[in-house]
Design a protein around this ligand. Structure first.
Ligand code: G3I
Length: 322
């Protein structure tokens, strides 16, 4: 029936990462977001590349439109992402100056952005993708210029700018090998000991149908063992990880995808209630997913197909909370 939607069924917030260009031009896309989801993230609109045309200017309009859409439709807004080594404007890559200038620029960005959305964005990815596959810190431009302490500093500046925002560290590949996840978890445990105001760990779960179930539950359980909130922040389940150019969608693949989504949702729902920040899918329909462009391959990673219809994956997600 029409009353059975994600937001009416899931016992935790269910979100979607949205593309503001599509939201504006495509009423069917917008209708699904309004009907199904109660939390939204910006796929790109809140990144530094989008918000910061120059070192002295801020371009808020797209991100403000997202917040306005959320207010009009009663959606929670999750902020993505304050500090990342990618999607940087050229002026940052070419920024001159030593430690004091870099620190000032870094602090100003975090402070201005968090203040601008204070009371509107309930939680932030403060740090995005800071860990390497072996569990060490990645040598991003921020680490090069500010040292490993940049992570603690980012959380402190964000917390000062909005003490009520829940502050997350976000990363991908948490479900693949153990090294990266364990490096991140250990690092976060150190942050907690140092009194850094971190409230949660976000695990992206840009994942694939052929990864064993146990890897997802192990990742969720180890992350939750920190006691922090857990956000599955950018989920999709790829059906073509081998990038086969001629692959056709089959009902077998669709059923396998539904089962994988169901297993992940069930594992998440088994975490302590107070740690369940929510699950966010990374865009609306199969045609909108970043995966198709980025890997230049056919793929069908999301719960709605290119004709805006629910796939078996949709039912799989609902089944995960039964
Ligand atoms: O908006 C411009 C458009 O005006 C221009 O004509 C077009 C030509 O390339 O580019 C458009 O911008 C693209 C933007 O997405 C909006 O669609 C950028 O090129 C493209 O690089 C950008 O990709 C995004 C990517 O992050 C980099 O920021 C993807 O949409 C987005 O899904 C992806 O999301 C990331 C998360 O932030 C972090 N975790 C991994 C995840 C997947 O890569």
């Amino acid at each position: 029936s029409d009353n059975i939607t994600f937001q009416n069924t899931m016992p935790f917030p269910i979100g979607v990462g949205i593309n503001m260009g599509i939201l504006k031009r495509d009423s069917k896309y917008r209708a699904i977001v309004v009907k199904e989801y109660n939390s939204i993230s910006a796929e790109t609109a809140m990144k530094m590349k989008s918000l910061r045309p120059s070192a002295t200017t801020y371009s808020w309009s797209e991100a403000d439109n997202l917040v306005k859409f959320a207010e009009e439709n009663n959606k929670r807004v999750y902020g993505h992402a304050l500090i990342w080594g990618n999607s940087l404007p050229d002026w940052v890559k070419n920024f001159k100056g030593g430690y004091p200038e870099w620190k000032e620029m870094f602090k100003a960005h975090i402070t201005e952005v968090v203040k601008h959305f204070k009371g509107k964005v309930v939680a932030w990815d403060v740090i995005n993708e800071a860990f390497a596959d072996n569990g060490d810190l990645k040598n991003t431009i921020w680490r090069q210029k500010l040292g490993p302490n940049y992570i603690d500093m980012a959380f402190i500046f964000a917390h000062r700018a909005d003490p009520s925002a829940i502050l997350f560290i976000n990363d991908y590949g948490m479900e693949y090998g153990n090294n990266k996840r364990r490096g991140l978890v250990k690092y976060v445990e150190g942050m907690i000991q140092r009194g850094i105001p971190i409230g949660g760990i976000a695990t992206q779960f840009h994942s694939r149908v052929n990864l064993e179930d146990a890897k997802f539950s192990r990742a969720l359980n180890e992350i939750a063992a920190t006691g922090l909130k857990v956000h599955i922040s950018e989920m999709e389940i790829s059906l073509n990880p081998g990038s086969i150019k001629s692959l056709l969608l089959s009902s077998l693949l669709e059923r396998q995808q539904a089962a994988k989504y169901e297993y992940i949702v069930r594992s998440y729902n088994a975490l302590p209630k107070k740690q369940q920040f929510g699950i966010t899918l990374w865009n609306v329909t199969d045609n909108d997913s970043w995966v198709l462009n980025y890997y230049n391959r056919p793929d069908w990673p999301l719960p709605f197909d290119g004709n805006y219809q629910k796939k078996p994956a949709y039912q799989g997600i609902l089944n995960g909370v039964k």
